[in-house]
Ligand binder design. Structure first.
Ligand code: C2O
Ligand code: CU
Length: 592
């Protein structure tokens, strides 16, 4: 575990107050990053799985646990120690609105870190957004293993719940093929599928069965003591798996979703899609009837069933490893639809006017998702996919360079279902209150799938989900009756059948978002396979002056070329722009 003590470097000291004018600063030997992540590849074999080349963070998967505090600027140095692959690191769920080049998306926010180079990421979590997050590479399929927990601790806004200790339950998938083979297959014509997950790992370990094949590998152990309260932080860092899970003999009390404290909500099971996080309180038994209880996890909405386990252990450290049970102790629910929708509410009622009502909405954008199978199989959103490298450089970089694409036009977008066909982005203006509806439709071949949709840049008010086509009036009545929704960054678009007619609306998810911060952000399905098959969009919030005016050329010059001067290497210190350097935040307001 890496527990940061925030160390103010000499450079930060000279900038201890508000940085009025962000400027380029060289991170030479006097600069001390708050944490260092080193990414490498190595042939590793896990029990049940063939040895293969795997992208690791600090030598392991998952990588080290990072802990930071809200409201403070941190610099995390990420080394790409791989000799033949690009890399980025994304801080999943953090808004990053204050540091536009530190979001870690090679499609948008930065050129990837070239082999044998490093990049210093600037991170400052708005006060009030402490919670459970994770980091992962955003390059290709690397996030399947190059990932780890990122915990933002409460500091200025105390956690409303008391607990003795927290424990991380970090879910990952494992595949037989390595990540570059999987990536190549997904963009090939015809499509070569990744295969199904071989196991659902908990904190890097797991065993159970996949498609009927038993794997008796040793299980992760979650040590607990009697009569205590634990905060279990569930992190859906899977590539594909939508997991249903429950703990034998214990219920859970949900207290946080995607970085926001909720009213307590009791549940006997959880569903966790890729990209989603929940915290739940676990009250351990004062007098357990046995010393170990299984955590059982199963994949949902896939053609085959993967079932994995971990162990909740009340007893002494075992001398031999725990292995999966011969019979699953639990029967987990089969239905996935609408899990927790309209049931989770913010811990404190939203500050006046912060949750926009239907009357406040200034524009509704429907993103229709569809799978096209003529030629290469791609997922398209309002007729566009993002597999084709367009533009051939990160979007924000292109906007700065102003040569290959022009700034998105609102006018063209308004005439074309919200997307500007020339710049292929969804533009929005500061102050707009958007309702974004993601609409599932039957594929060319009729199939339907589930899609955990994730937004970078901001958390949206989650308006729920339903079958058929979205109806604003009916849904507004449902919200009024159930109470204010919570803010999330990843929510599920369900499927209500396995197939329907080509193009038929079947299932929606709706979000509401007041645009307050300029920036360029991805919105995408967090199933890595779908993402690589085109299920990604780009949103440009704010006009040209707002998006590009905060820092101008020549200060950003080092960001505009692959391997530019913001990337350090053995012979060169990087020079980067400091956007938020100070101990107390930069006037970046409380998030609401
Ligand atoms: Cu965790 Cu763009 O994603
Ligand atoms: Cu998807």
């Amino acid at each position: 575990m890496v527990l940061f003590k925030h160390t103010l470097s000499a450079i930060c000291l000279s900038l201890a107050l508000v940085v009025a004018d962000p400027q380029c600063i060289t991170h030479n030997e006097t600069f001390v990053p708050d944490a260092v992540l080193r990414v490498s590849t190595s042939n590793i074999s896990q029990p049940c799985y063939p040895s293969k080349s795997t992208v690791l963070v600090n030598g392991t998967s998952p990588g080290p646990e990072l802990r930071i505090k809200e409201g403070i600027t941190y610099w995390i140095r990420v080394y790409n120690d791989m000799t033949d692959k690009n890399l980025t690191m994304h801080w999943h769920g953090l808004t990053q609105a204050m540091a536009p080049f530190s979001d870690g998306t090679p499609q948008v926010s930065q050129w990837p870190i070239p082999p044998l180079h490093f990049f210093d990421y600037e991170i400052n979590v708005p006060i009030g957004m402490a919670g459970t997050y994770f980091y992962h590479s955003h390059e290709g399929f690397q996030a399947v293993s190059a990932t780890g927990p990122l915990i933002v601790e409460e500091d200025r806004v105390p956690c409303p719940y008391q607990y003795d200790e927290d424990k991380i339950i970090f879910l990952q998938d494992v595949f037989t093929k390595d990540e570059s083979t999987i990536e190549a297959g997904l963009v090939a014509s015809p499509l070569s599928w990744s295969g199904e997950t071989g196991m659902i790992l908990v904190n890097g370990k797991g065993g159970g069965s996949a498609n009927g094949t038993v794997c008796n590998a040793s299980l992760s152990i979650i040590d607990v003591q009697r009569g205590k309260t634990y905060r279990l932080r569930f992190i859906g860092a899977t590539a594909l798996t939508f997991a249903s899970l429950a703990l034998e003999g214990h219920d859970l009390e949900i207290i946080e979703a995607d970085g926001h404290s909720t009213q307590p909500h009791n549940t006997s099971f959880l569903q966790l899609g890729t990209g989603q996080r929940f915290s739940a309180l676990l009250h351990t038994k004062p007098n357990p009837e046995k010393s170990t209880y299984y955590l059982q996890l199963e994949s949902r909405e896939r053609p085959t069933l993967t079932r994995g386990f971990a162990v909740l252990n009340y007893g002494p450290k075992p001398s031999t490893p725990f292995t999966p049970p011969s019979q699953p102790p639990l029967t987990l629910p089969n239905t996935t639809l609408g899990f927790l929708d309209y049931q989770l509410h913010p811990f404190l009622p939203p500050k006046d006017g912060s949750f926009p009502t239907a009357q406040d909405v200034t524009r509704r954008v429907t993103i229709t998702v569809h799978q096209r199978v003529s030629g290469q199989t791609v997922w398209i959103e309002n007729h566009y996919d993002w597999t084709t490298a367009f533009p051939a450089e990160p979007y924000l970089v292109s906007l700065y360079k102003n040569d290959s694409i022009e700034f998105p036009s609102m006018e063209r977008a308004l005439a074309n279902n919200g997307i500007d066909p020339i710049s292929r982005a969804f533009p929005a203006q500061i102050g707009e209150v958007l309702e974004i509806v993601i609409q599932n439709t039957g594929a060319d071949a009729g199939g339907l799938d589930i899609h955990p949709f994730h937004a970078h840049g901001a958390h949206y008010w989650d308006l729920g989900s339903g079958n058929g086509t979205y109806d604003a009036t009916t849904n507004e009545a449902k919200i009024a009756a159930s109470g204010p929704p919570i803010q999330r960054d990843t929510t599920m678009l369900y499927r209500y059948a396995k197939s329907t007619a080509n193009g038929t609306d079947m299932g929606w998810r709706a979000w509401r978002l007041k645009i307050t911060e300029p920036g360029v952000w991805m919105v995408h399905c967090h199933i890595l396979q779908h993402m690589l098959m085109g299920m990604q969009t780009i949103w440009v919030m704010g006009n040209e002056t707002e998006v590009l005016g905060k820092v101008k050329r020549p200060d950003v010059q080092g960001y505009l070329e692959y391997g530019g001067s913001v990337y350090g290497n053995e012979n060169r210190w990087p020079s980067v722009v400091h956007f938020t350097d100070n101990e107390e935040g930069d006037g970046w307001s409380d998030y609401q």
